[in-house]
Design a protein around this ligand. Structure first.
Ligand code: CA
Length: 174
């Protein structure tokens, strides 16, 4: 079994001994690891295909640092603000939410004016259950939530720190 030609007189390491004594467990662990990696890779690939790209502008690849947001003029157009608002809604409307999309959108906003444009473009949308309400009356019809309320309901500030700090910088409470 010894493959290293070292003239060491040391006994096999505890790890090597464990592997030698428990080949079934070790092989099982390797297979399990491989299966988990495969599942992870498939999920990542599916996510790539699901990535909503409606021909809107590409998001900047380098998010600005949270908290470093300046006030002043907007750096995005109204049409971009609408695209970002739609992207945020798609990231949250179904079961669960795509935190990385939310963070990426807010990471691309540079001024508090940008945040306000996206906030206004988002407007108020009914929120119910896990996002878009489904049917009927009562709790299933949803409550009219603004962007800050959607973010709060879908993605707390631990998971979406950039979104939270950007909204706060622009004066919205979350
Ligand atoms: Ca959701």
């Amino acid at each position: 079994m010894q493959t290293m030609p070292t003239p060491s007189s040391n006994p096999a390491s505890p790890i090597q001994a464990f592997i030698n004594n428990n080949p079934t467990i070790v092989r099982g662990a390797v297979y399990l690891g491989g299966a988990l990696l495969t599942i992870y890779a498939i999920k990542e690939i599916i996510k790539l295909f699901k990535e909503p790209n409606l021909g809107g502008p590409e998001l900047p690849s380098t998010p600005s640092t949270s908290g470093g947001m300046t006030s002043g003029v907007a750096t995005i157009t109204l049409s971009q603000a609408r695209d970002y608002a739609n992207r945020l809604h798609s990231a949250m409307e179904d079961s669960g939410s795509e935190e990385e999309v939310i963070e990426s959108v807010f990471g691309g906003l540079q001024t508090t004016e940008d945040v306000k444009l996206v906030y206004d473009a988002f407007g108020v949308k009914p929120y119910g259950f896990f996002g878009t309400p489904m049917w009927g009356t009562g709790w299933l019809t949803g409550e009219p939530y603004n962007l800050a309320q959607w973010i709060e309901a879908e993605c707390d500030c631990d998971d979406c720190p950039t979104a939270c700090s950007s909204l706060r910088s622009a004066g919205y409470s979350i």
